[in-house]
Design a binder for this molecule. Sequence first.
Ligand code: ZN
Length: 734
Amino acid sequence: MDIVDRIKELREKIEYHNKKYFEEDAPEITDYEYDLIFRELNNLEQQHPELVSPESPTKKVGGKTKREAKKIAHDVPMLSLDDRFSREEVADFITKIQKEFKEPVFIVEYKIDGLSVALRYRDGNFVEGMTRGDGVRYGEDITENLKMIDSVPLSIHEYLPYLEVRGEVYMDNEAFEAVNERQEEIEGKTFANPRNCAAGTMRQLDPNVVAERDLSILVFNLQAVQGKEFTSHAETLDWLSTKGFLVPQYIKCTSEKEVWDAITLIGETRGDLPFGIDGAVVKLDNLADRERLGASSKVPRWAIAYKYPPEEKPTKVLNIEVNVGRTGRLTPLAILEPVRLAGTTVSRASLHNQDQIDRLDIRIGDTVIVRKAAEIIPEIIRVIKEQRPEGNVPFKIPDRCPVCGAPALRGEDVADIRCSGINCPAQLARLIIHFASRDAMDIEGLGPAAVHSLMDKGYIRNIADIYYLKNYRDEFIANGITPRPRKELALRKDGQPRKQKEPDYTASTDNLLSAIERSKDQSLERLINGFGIPNIGKHTGSILEDNFPDIHAIAMISYDKYKQLKETEKQLKKERSRLQKKLKASTMTEDLNMLNDVNKKLSNVEKELKANGDIKGIGEVSIKAISNFFAEPQTRVILERLEQAGVNMKSRSSSKVNDNRLEGATFVLTGTLPTLSREEASQIIKEHCGRVAGSVSKKTTYLLAGEGAGDKMNKAQSLGIKIITEDEFLNMID
Ligand SMILES: [Zn+2]
């Protein structure tokens, strides 16, 4: 490939990954891989200045922002750092500085993986904050979101006309996991790693979301100050720390060896930090010297970032465990012989799903290569097949839930296998939250926080318990069990503790209980959706409601029966076509009788098939899921208790379907009807099992004619077909 093509390819690659990273918070490659591509492009452009264009990603700083937000102009550019990938490259930086200054001091800090922001204080108070934006001219205003972060001091308790600091908003590993767990429960988007989660959260328009997620900020540079003098970077960090800012730990170094030792030390211990880091930063300590060196258009000349490479090591798969997540997903987890990687001891790695296991062909006992990058999740990248012990067998995820024993099913077109237990402890919180959600039973006031609170206190142990909460009304009013607005939130808005009113829980309790009562009357479709049966959502719920009189009829659907009937149907159809062929050759009364007999049997089988879920819009996987779900003893218990509580179990649309008064009749429509549109009339005919045809023939039973009927009317008259008005038509079904 020639240079021009390679540059073009790299630019496109970078633009693509920029979009994934900055706009969608869903990167497809590791930061390390990204940095390497970026560097290759940068090097090529330096070797071939004639190919440099202002449009190149190397000429832009940072990413585009996700939405049009208020912009704030930068006073001090928020530049990125020049990346180094080896000791030689770090040494090169040190040597250059040492040539320039006498006995320079270097500061080595860890580089946290987050979202870069600047904070501004006037007269000691926090006034505004912004993202990096284009890095040079404007950043995006995120002041309100920053106020929600506990480690952003709202006041520094010192009168300074102006202070600007730069930091990194991040999420520690624990907070990150909590967010993903909550996201799973509400079936929302989960985040690939803490950095994306922190960045995605800060771009939220609603500061309350920021308050809910436990973000922190590490301040690593003093950008500008008035009313105070500093001579060194270390001095500014120490001072910032006394003002309530969280600052990175740093190591002071005076030689290349000391710098490298510091980098190595940070690398070896980075796994012990509660958050992810993506490198180490080496900075010149003396502020006046920094000033003299200045910056290029994109990076400062007084600092570099060393990027730790992802580490790969072989280890053994001791076992494969199957865990059940909050969404009921069965996730295979490889238990590994512990191995030290990227500063942490890795002893497990998710295998994601059966497809992943099959693709890599991972078996218990295999020796595998594990890789860990700055992102916190270790992964198995391949099996060393030569070291495979004899006789080990491919691994299959079991078809029963390891937690509750209910059948576990693979959905259509997805790799996930999910447990179908309605009481499965592993996914109970999500099931209950889903049941009460807007798309299902729509119980206002019973959101995730309320569900957790009621579950923690033991009031809700399954879906049915919701309808027995009214028995505890007095307790709720006395103890305030129903959720109330978050206290911290009210506290953060004006920075002062809120005046505590004596709470009165009567209203909130009664509101919740009456919302629960109202939900008893929800449609069958919503109830079915509420059960959270894998693969069965609102759409299937509505088809089921249209075709069955009540939940009990749906509960009779048997997958085994369905399979048997399908087989019988196939045989009968074969027999029918054999007889039909025979009858074409010669008409024998005997064969005719047999054909009639086969047709009768077929129609019975088809009726039975319908009762077992063989309905347009419902596939075999869904039939299996429904059949399994209702066959479970735990489901039966829940259904009984729901019914006793008075929850609607009847279909409201099936009366129409069971009405087959127009069965066997073929209608043709013509002219304009007085009240019904053609579509409405056709719909009614179909709902009563009639047929609608486009043109009049001998087979037509009725011509439904309105004003302006023409040719069709004449033809019907000539064929002696009954012509009816809309009134007559409506009488037929009334
Ligand atoms: Zn289960």
